[in-house]
Design a protein around this ligand. Structure first.
Ligand code: FDP
Length: 325
């Protein structure tokens, strides 16, 4: 890389410019999505500043949720919001109503806040076609119907990763400009990786395919090298590493939690959407994750996501288990 040229790069692709470019491919588009996204980006900048100030967990959770709900409602482009922090969905009042439904986790991985580990915001966006009253069915849709998904990671830098269904792009916040600049264009996950990421403390309760898979990662019998284990315990950070370096992230079912831990709408779906858009796969142990049809807004699902070949292996193990009956 020519670092001198990088340091003086003057043609900056900001996230707004990127989304406007995308929008220009659809002449019928009215700029609503660009406005919605600007409001999400604004929420992320706010949370980034609050995280950097070192606010305590409880305060940050509540604050982040408030910021996103207010930014999304005031965008005038949303009709339903589902937040990890709110038990019920928010239906936007008629005068501020728009065509988008947004599902989000304002501050995921928040048990890590007090020790300074990377945390993030995760979101997914659906377009609600019907002009009638919005209902919960508008968000209880399979993830493959999402129009866009992404996350913002508050770490050593603030990184915004976005897919509008046309690949995955990563933007880094330039604090001096206050703008997210395209730094990771067209992210593709390696076809196979060298890392597995799972909470092994739950191993005694795992099902057989998960147990066999992790055993294989550690003691491969085909002459390949063992995989390394990396587990931060903060989904955005673990998924971000998986996306860039390859490998697999697992939050499986176990005897104590038959549906795993992670939430379908605002954890499993957005991350699965990004993985597929980057050339990887996402699987629940039963089906392609994005085909799942949620019945409740805070539903959970087991999830295996990451490099294409690594997820393929776990799919084979589950298929073999099913055959056994
Ligand atoms: P947290 O409980 O800190 O909010 O869904 C929440 C989550 O973190 C994910 O970010 C993370 O991947 C997972 O839980 C970690 O769960 P375990 O502690 O059970 O490994």
């Amino acid at each position: 890389m020519d670092h001198a040229a990088e340091a003086y790069r003057t043609d900056l692709m900001t996230i707004t410019r990127y989304v406007l470019n995308e929008q220009s491919k659809y002449p019928e588009s009215r700029g609503d999505f660009t406005i919605l996204l600007s409001n999400i980006v604004l929420g992320c900048k706010f949370v980034c500043t609050a995280v950097n100030k070192g606010e305590e967990q409880k305060k940050l959770d509540v604050l982040s949720n408030e910021v996103f709900v207010k930014a999304l409602v005031s965008s005038g482009r949303t009709c339903i919001l589902v937040s990890e922090e709110d038990e019920e969905a928010t239906f936007v009042e008629l005068s501020k109503r728009g065509r988008y439904a947004v599902v989000f986790d304002p501050l995921d991985g928040s048990s890590n806040i007090d020790c300074g580990v990377s945390i993030g915001t995760i979101f997914g966006i659906y377009l609600v076609n019907d002009n009638g009253e919005p209902t919960l069915d508008d968000v209880l849709q399979p993830g493959k119907n999402m129009l866009a998904a992404g996350y913002c990671m508050y770490g050593s830098s603030c990184t915004f990763v976005l897919s509008t269904g046309n690949g995955v792009n990563g933007f880094t916040l330039d604090p001096s400009l206050g703008e997210f600049i395209l730094t990771h264009p067209d992210i593709k996950i390696p076809k196979k990786g060298k890392i597995y990421s799972v909470n092994e403390g739950n191993a005694k309760n795992w099902d057989e395919p998960t147990t066999k898979y992790v055993e294989k990662c550690k003691f491969p019998k085909d002459g390949s090298s063992s995989k390394s284990l990396r587990y931060i315990g903060s989904m955005v950070a673990d998924v971000h590493r998986t996306l860039l370096y390859g490998g697999i992230f697992l939050y499986p079912a176990d005897k104590k939690s038959p549906n795993g831990k992670l939430r379908v709408l605002y954890e499993v779906f957005p991350m699965s959407f990004l993985m597929e858009q980057a050339g990887g796969q996402a699987y629940t142990g039963k089906q392609r994750a994005l085909d799942l049809v949620p019945e409740k807004i805070h539903e959970r699902s087991p999830i295996f996501l990451g490099s294409y070949d690594d997820v393929e292996e776990i799919k084979t193990l589950y298929a073999a288990e099913e055959k056994k009956g």
